[in-house]
Design a binder for this molecule. Structure first.
Ligand code: 173
Length: 321
């Protein structure tokens, strides 16, 4: 046996003798569809830290990054194809693959209830079938949306206004006569600054993260719908995991969903901060607000059901609104 062969054989023996636990540790590649360190990404980043702490020797997550690494509207497809293994992404960014994802904003019961009443299971099946994804968690219960404006309106009418949207706000903006312009969050500031849009849809929290407060004059009342950002896992990857690996993810997901308890306090602080920043509320009173909410709910469901008659109706039943 030549000296080279001896080294080769010894190397192989060493590799085979590696302890099993470390040989089995799996690393998932993660992206977030919101800018790193901002409101709708931070909880997911903490989730990653938790998995990396609790999952030592079992499962780890390699955080690739946010929209600088991958455009938000491509994240769903990256999960589907397995380009990434796990992602933080709102349904509004993947309606191209799963039209029913637009219904998630209309389903506002707490996750504890959705996991009991069959909603999670039904949505998980849709994610499995339509985008090869496992629906691990949903975040941001109790975080509603608003329309923010730079032009004052004196009635609930958007005629003549161009408003930045995602699928979340498109139907209500159109129903009130406005012109919807779709952009990812990363283009909102420039669109406002250049006057390309007169306003935008966004949740009650998070407008300070990218400096939008400097380009925002009004927040229209009332709030409506419920924000949702999901943690999705590529389904083939999910199926390939051991029970122990899945448990680390599932436990961290439960921890992530429980963090939603803080949201009401966060919202209150954000509205106060907006007031201090000079952003004024436009409020037409309870009757007009009630009518707005009803219209938003109705046009939202009509749009979902027009695209997905059967699954849309089932989701509306589960949502109970
Ligand atoms: O406005 C958006 O980009 C959007 O649809 C959204 C959804 C959930 C949380 C934050 C923003």
């Amino acid at each position: 046996m030549g000296i080279r062969t001896v080294f080769a054989v010894t190397g192989l023996a060493l590799a085979t003798a590696m302890p099993q636990a470390s040989a089995q540790e799996v690393t998932l590649r993660a992206v977030t569809s919101f800018a790193e360190g901002t409101q709708f990404s931070r909880p997911f980043e903490r989730f990653i830290e938790k998995v990396n702490k609790d999952g030592k020797g079992i499962i780890q997550i390699n955080f690739i990054g946010g929209p600088r690494a991958m455009p938000p509207f491509e994240v769903g497809n990256a999960v589907r194809s397995g380009v990434v293994d796990i992602a933080n992404v709102t349904g509004a960014f993947y309606t191209n693959l799963m039209p029913e994802a637009d219904a998630m904003k209309l389903i506002t019961k707490p996750m504890s209830e959705q996991r009991k009443n069959g909603t999670w299971e039904y949505l998980n099946q849709l994610h499995n079938q339509k985008m090869n994804a496992y629906y691990l968690a949903r975040q941001f219960h109790n975080v509603p949306f608003h329309i923010y404006l730079n032009k004052k309106i004196d009635k609930m009418d958007f005629t003549g206004l161009k408003i930045r949207v995602t699928p979340v706000y498109r139907d209500i903006v159109q129903a009130l006569g406005g012109t919807p312009i779709t952009t990812p969050p990363g283009e909102v500031y420039t669109a406002l600054e250049r006057g390309v849009v007169d306003g935008y849809g966004w949740p009650v929290s998070g407008i300070f993260d990218l400096g939008w407060d400097k380009a925002t004059k009004f927040r229209l009342e009332p709030s409506f719908y419920g924000a949702e950002v999901n943690v999705l896992v590529n389904l083939d990857k999910w199926k390939s995991l051991t029970d122990a690996q899945r448990k680390v993810l599932t436990d961290a997901a439960a921890w992530l969903e429980a963090a939603d308890e803080e949201n009401v306090a966060i919202n209150k602080a954000e509205v106060e901060r907006q007031t201090k920043a000079g952003i004024q509320a436009i409020d037409f009173g309870p009757a007009v607000s009630e009518e707005f909410r009803k219209k938003a709910n109705d046009v939202g469901w009509q749009s979902v059901i027009a695209k997905s008659p059967e699954t849309g109706k089932k989701l509306r039943e589960l949502a109970g609104n």
